[in-house]
Design a protein around this ligand. Sequence first.
Ligand SMILES: [Zn+2]
Length: 88
Amino acid sequence: MTPEEIKQEIFAWAEKIGVNPREIHFRNMKRKWASCSSRGRLTFDFSLLHEPAEKRAEIIVHELLHLRYPDHGRVFKALLKAYLAKNK
Ligand SMILES: [Zn+2]
């Protein structure tokens, strides 16, 4: 996968979830998969490009949901599960 292809995937998810990421970046993050800023800037680790589809979806949906829910509360977890279940 190229960064451009992954971006398409991320935007497709963003549309389903109803969020609007302003910027998407890739870099080497060492200790985590991704991060998001409150202004809608998402950064993903380069290793995302080599993950299988299911793992990618997990990481992408997790980060996109943070644009709406900053913590890992009950609603966050329920939605994450629901979106990933629908993806199968
Ligand atoms: Zn998180």
